[in-house]
Ligand binder design. Sequence first.
Ligand code: BTN
Length: 247
Amino acid sequence: LGQSIVYRETIDSTNSLAQQLALGGAPEGTLVIADEQTSGRGRRGRQWFSPPHSGIWMSLILRPELPLAHAAQITLVAAVALNQALSRATGVQAGIKWPNDILFNGKKCCGILTEMHAEFDQIHHLVVGIGINVNVAQDEFPAELEGIATSLQAIRGERIPRAQVVRTVLEEFEPLYRQYVLNGGFGTLRDAWKANNITLGRHIVAHTARGDIEGLALDIDEFGVLLLEKADGEREKIYSADITVIN
Ligand code: BTN
């Protein structure tokens, strides 16, 4: 991964450029990275705050030959790679909030946005977008993010060189991605995800399209689906949701 690198000082969104390049035939593993994004995108149509000189805003083009059904699982794989990379490169011991946010002390320092293109029911390509708040000062975040976002600099109390973090993310992602491709999905990486997670064993509310569901986060399955146990003992599978941890 990262054999071919496309760098821009300023771009609307590295995910958008990566999509264009992927459709134009850019090879597997191409890294698109920018110093600043003017329209950084988050999940669920949200914006991603991407000021200059202070973050890692990057997207990877991947071409796994897998059924489309496995595409979303790459985000969980990326979360494991990211969390391990943070620990190794910076000593920050953060954790994954299901499915793929990286949190430290309840505040988010990294986000992942995967976009996919399919040909019939096979993956044509994936764009895995990764945002890491590296040297964003805590008081630099917009007011609405103040209580929910943090950065590596804010956590460590010193500036962190970005290049080392980028390199480590790629190093951690590469072998996990190989496993994902070879084994046809997330299944064999489930234990690694569990070792990096801060959600299982907690009481949570899952905000799903069907409404809020409250319960104890019991486990995830080989597809990355979250299993909840509700107060009445009934178990429920959560396929897609934002979650809030209660305790
Ligand atoms: C989220 O948690 O909502 C996902 C945030 C993803 C942000 C990254 S920054 C690089 C890439 N380009 C984008 O426009 N978004 C992703």
